[in-house]
Design a protein around this ligand. Structure first.
Ligand SMILES: [Zn+2]
Ligand SMILES: [Zn+2]
Length: 141
């Protein structure tokens, strides 16, 4: 997200409302992978009367324009990724923290021959699951 908010909303062809702008700001500041619930909680500090539905619809709008990406993983909640560069995830199975990382080795390995029968690969994504350092420290494992 390098463009100014004005350009972003212009490119999407939607009105830049104060609420939408604030959601965009929250996402830009957040380098975690926030759930809609997290964004909702933060935006209520400034817009106490905003509905969860509005937040959710705005996130879907941003997603459909490629501003953010949905993350699919173990957590019950849908989480959003604000990092649109190619990367992989380390997911902590305890606290559900998601850590971004790049892995050139994996990106370079040719896919199995069989894959061609299924179709053309356009992207590859690896999810490592484990226990993060913080959780390891807490339990002393
Ligand atoms: Zn953890
Ligand atoms: Zn990510």
């Amino acid at each position: 997200m390098r463009d100014s908010p004005k350009d972003i909303f212009k490119a999407m062809g939607v009105r830049m409302t104060p609420q939408r702008l604030e959601i965009l700001r929250i996402l830009e500041k957040c380098n975690e992978h926030p759930a809609a619930e997290d964004v909702y909680e933060k935006i209520r500090e400034r817009f106490p009367s905003i509905s969860f539905d509005t937040v959710y619809r705005t996130l879907s709008l941003f997603e459909s324009h490629g501003l953010i990406k949905k993350v699919h993983h173990l957590a019950e909640k849908t989480r959003y990724d604000t990092n649109m560069r190619h990367h992989h995830h380390f997911v902590c199975v305890r606290c559900k923290k998601i850590i971004d990382f790049t892995w050139e080795g994996i990106d370079k390995i040719p896919a199995p021959e069989k894959v061609k029968e299924w179709g053309k690969v356009e992207d590859r994504y690896v999810e490592l699951r484990g226990i993060c350092q913080d959780c390891l420290k807490k339990t002393g494992v």
